[in-house]
Write a protein that binds this ligand. Structure first.
Ligand SMILES: NC(=O)c1ccc[n+]([C@@H]2O[C@H](COP(=O)([O-])OP(=O)(O)OC[C@H]3O[C@@H](n4cnc5c(N)ncnc54)[C@H](O)[C@@H]3O)[C@@H](O)[C@H]2O)c1
Length: 449
């Protein structure tokens, strides 16, 4: 069988997690035919890796404005979209219309109009879109799905999910493009899409209505000044700034070869500063958010995201009509440094105590018990490696836990965050059906592609 032809759009930090397995472990089944990015320097960095350490070869590199030429000249079968969130829809739609299938990083896109445009392009072309929801693929989160699907606590009626981002990984979003709502859709879309997808998938439910609050209370200049931390606001970025030497939020791009070559060297051409001060003016996303979701099948979700916590992880409580599951996941902190999968390691930071993951079941009227967990190692709790096997091994067997998410399931997740942003703006509950059509007759997530 001839190898499957992949093109990659977006050669930032994340792309290495997929590109390396594609051209090493899975090179017999696949071919990398092209790269595309707005930064020639970042593409050159990846081509250097491909031709060097990865033992592959350089591939044609197309600037963003030549993507149509990429499609025409290199004829990929699947386009892997790994660029900045606000650009996903454009590459997804153009790829579909050129007859390609698409795998996109989460979030599928960042607002309702772009979501509708993707759904329409998919409908018109019939091509396949998959969303890389790696959270689903981590063995301990799959275990929760297994317990819920087996009816361990009966029918689930409500869920409480608290997610904490810390002052290491969480703060990093406020240095970069994520801190602009126009580029990320806010963290309620960029980050929470993982969490909303998990709940949708665990419950096999489709969200219907959202009410949300959110504010910027920690990052940004005004908040630092109000706390008495005005000294942390006095420089626009960290690298090369002597006054930032003792700033706990400092990120020095010169400290890492990857950062230097991927970002520092590309600043002049791209204007992308990877290390902006998290206490600057102009941040327009909230750093704490709280929201309620009602599902088509009646379940309720109470969700909160805090982005300035001393520790990172999540606590989830699922309440069923025959008991309760408590899921605890504090596996340490990791800031995306664009390193190869073999070099992945958790960051050693004060407060980042990794006290692991556990699942405890509390059946009604019976003793509670801990559930034995499968081992998990590697990037994102082992999820990335399993996801890559699924994407690249050429084995099309359906996944036993229905972990593959298509465009409709991708929409079912982002629309919760998009509705949350709209609810914060209007101070009103928002119906997802008013944002995008999502099979009005369907009840279960598994009925959606
Ligand atoms: N699932 C996960 O665990 C996970 C982790 C990290 C990132 N991600 C996702 O991966 C994607 C990339 O994130 P990242 O951390 O690599 O960010 P990054 O900032 O390092 O890289 C983004 C890349 O997009 C490029 N870009 C910007 N505008 C473009 C355009 N118009 N056309 C083509 N390229 C353009 C930039 O030049 C840059 O190389 C995001 O969608 C993010 O949500 C997912």
């Amino acid at each position: 069988m001839s190898p499957h032809r992949f093109a990659f759009v977006g050669t930032g930090s994340r792309a290495i997690s997929f590109l390396e397995p594609l051209v090493t472990t899975y090179r017999d089944a696949n071919e990398l035919v092209a790269l595309c990015d707005s930064s020639p320097t970042r593409m050159a960095y990846y081509n250097g890796l491909l031709a060097g350490d990865l033992g592959y070869h350089a591939v044609p590199a197309y600037p963003a404005d030549q993507f149509d030429a990429l499609l025409r000249e290199t004829r990929p079968q699947t386009v892997f979209v790994c660029s900045k969130d606000s650009t996903h829809h454009d590459y997804i739609i153009r790829s579909l219309r050129a007859g390609c299938d698409v795998i996109t990083e989460k979030p599928m896109t960042i607002d309702a109009a772009k979501c509708r445009a993707i759904l329409e392009a998919q409908r018109e072309t019939g091509r396949r879109v998959r969303v890389a929801f790696n959270y689903r693929w981590a063995p301990f989160r799959t275990k929760v799905k297994e317990l819920v699907a087996a009816g361990t606590i009966g029918r689930i009626r409500s869920v409480n999910l608290e997610y904490l981002l810390d002052t290491n990984h969480g703060a990093d979003y406020f240095r970069r493009w994520h801190s602009s709502a126009a580029e990320s859709g806010t963290l309620l879309v960029h980050k929470s899409t993982h969490h909303f997808d998990l709940v949708n998938w665990w419950l096999d439910a489709i969200p219907a209505q959202v009410f949300a609050y959110g504010d910027l209370v920690f990052y940004g200049k005004v908040n630092a000044e109000a706390r008495g931390d005005a000294r942390l606001t006095r420089y626009p970025r960290y690298t090369g700034e002597p006054a930032a030497a003792n700033d706990p939020f400092r990120l020095d791009l010169d400290e890492s070869e990857v950062f230097r070559r991927l970002y520092r060297a590309a600043e002049a051409e791209s204007g992308y500063l990877r290390d902006r001060n998290v206490f600057r003016e102009g941040i327009d996303i909230p750093d704490q958010m709280s929201l309620n979701v009602r599902y088509r099948t009646g379940e309720l979700l109470t969700y909160s995201l805090v982005c300035y916590s001393p520790r990172e992880g999540m606590r989830v409580c699922l309440n069923g009509d025959r008991g309760r599951i408590e899921y605890h996941e504090f596996i340490g902190t990791h800031m995306n440094r664009g390193v190869r999968p073999k070099d992945f390691k958790l960051d050693e930071k004060p407060g980042a105590a990794a006290d692991g993951e556990w699942i405890r079941v509390f059946p009604h009227f019976q003793p509670d018990y801990l559930v034995p967990l499968p081992p998990a190692a590697g990037a994102h709790g082992g999820a990335d490696a399993i996801l890559c096997r699924h994407f690249f091994s050429g084995n099309a067997a359906p996944d036993a836990w229905q972990r593959t998410a298509g465009h409709e399931q991708g929409a079912a997740s982002i629309l919760v965050g998009i509705a949350g942003v709209e609810s914060m703006r209007t101070n009103q509950p928002v119906n997802l059906s008013d944002l995008a059509p999502l099979r009005p007759d369907a009840f279960r997530l598994s009925e959606l592609a």
